[in-house]
Design a protein around this ligand. Structure first.
Ligand code: GN1
Ligand code: MG
Length: 362
């Protein structure tokens, strides 16, 4: 790996000699490394090198063009804010193709390692960061962006893919997943609420992040203030509810996303409150009534949607999500279903919490 990383690094305009590397275990899609260069004066400087998953992103050049535009906009809106900056090659491109893979290199922003995702202050700060991200991009023309993954949060299309996988059943896993299949099909109408309202023109399209996990925010080492939102691969036109619901799904789960013991899974309403408070501080004044009203439902929709995606991948033999063991996608599916059921029951409490936050920020 060292030789490969040194080779791809040498294509970018970086000062110094390749010194060391480590793999960072983040995300289910791309491979991420921290690479360190030594300069002549003895100083060392780190960068993030990523291998982009071209199964997931068949048009990486469009992903990188989006990222270039979005990061440029963010840097212009608030020059003092920490920001991602992708380095250029000698040919002034922000990625390389080495014959097998696409690689890209950006600045390394020192941040808190191993943050406690259950810490309410940190979760509130994450909500603020994603709200601020949406706010900072509100002046950005969404038409300029490619759809890097078309229909990414189109729940109806995700269901169609699941239904096809059930029919084709290429690796004979469907029979063992009948209970999960039955549940997901039984809530299809409720889970497709957001995309139905979108099709009816009742929800505005905004520039959204579309992968709002807390580990896509970097935090200050000392005070855990949010520094910057990372992982911009899926920044596309989308719905506020996509970002809000996906964040709650990931942050308020009392278990890890792939915990096979579903008795650990529930939606923690204190963490829900913390994220919501931070998110609404930045967005409350610009959201429409329908957007606000559908925030609790968005948590259900996005959780079911991910369960549908995990199950589809499982039924197809795991082509999409990185799997550490053969039943990884099965466990993820069951976990998200357990969470969806709990979120469904907690809709009234979620509404109350949102209303309390709105009193403060509207
Ligand atoms: C993937 O980027 P990463 O690995 O954190 C996925 C998200 C899922 C998430 C579930 C491009 O995110 O949509 O919510 O896994 N990203 C893509 O952990 O499919
Ligand atoms: Mg991602």
């Amino acid at each position: 790996m060292q030789a490969k990383l040194a080779e791809v690094c040498s294509c970018f305009r970086i000062v110094g000699q390749f010194d060391s590397w480590e793999e960072l275990k983040v995300g289910n899609i791309n491979k991420t490394y921290r690479v360190t260069f030594a300069r002549e004066n003895g100083m060392k400087k780190s960068y993030i090198m990523q291998k982009v998953n071209t199964y997931v992103f068949p048009h990486p050049e469009q992903v990188m063009e989006n990222i270039e535009r979005v990061t440029q906009h963010l840097r212009a809106v608030d020059p003092g804010h920490a920001a991602l900056h992708y380095h250029h090659t000698k040919e002034r491109k922000n990625f390389i193709w080495d014959g097998d893979d696409i690689w890209r290199m950006c600045n390394y922003i020192p941040s808190a390692a191993d943050v406690d995702n259950r810490d309410e202050t940190l979760v509130r700060n994450a909500g603020f960061a994603f709200g601020e991200f949406q706010y900072m991009l509100s002046g950005f023309n969404a038409d300029e962006l490619y759809q890097t993954i078309p229909d990414f949060h189109n729940t109806l299309k995700r269901y169609e893919a699941l239904e096809a996988a059930i029919r084709e059943n290429p690796v004979s896993r469907a029979a063992a997943m009948q209970a999960e299949i039955d549940y997901l099909l039984s809530v299809k109408e409720e889970a497709c609420l957001l995309c139905r309202l979108q099709a009816e023109g009742k929800l505005p399209l905004r520039v959204t992040h579309n992968d709002t996990k807390v580990n896509n925010v970097l935090f200050d080492k000392k005070d855990h203030r949010a520094l910057v939102v990372i992982d911009l691969d899926t920044v596309m036109p989308g719905l506020t509810g996509n970002d809000f619901g996906d964040a709650i799904r990931s942050v308020a789960n009392t278990a890890a996303e792939d915990d096979p013991d579903v008795s650990h899974v529930s939606c923690d309403l204190e963490l829900f409150r913390a994220f919501t408070d931070g998110f609404l501080e930045k967005t409350a004044r610009s959201l429409t009534e329908t957007e606000i009203e559908t925030l609790p439902a968005s948590c259900f929709c996005l959780t079911v949607e991910l369960a549908v995606r995990f199950l589809t991948d499982y039924l197809l033999g795991d082509p999409y999500f990185y799997c550490a063991h053969p039943e990884h996608n099965r466990d993820r599916t069951r976990n998200q279903i357990a969470l969806a059921k709990d979120i469904w029951i907690k809709q009234p409490q979620m509404k109350q919490i949102i209303n309390a936050c709105l009193k403060e920020y509207r």
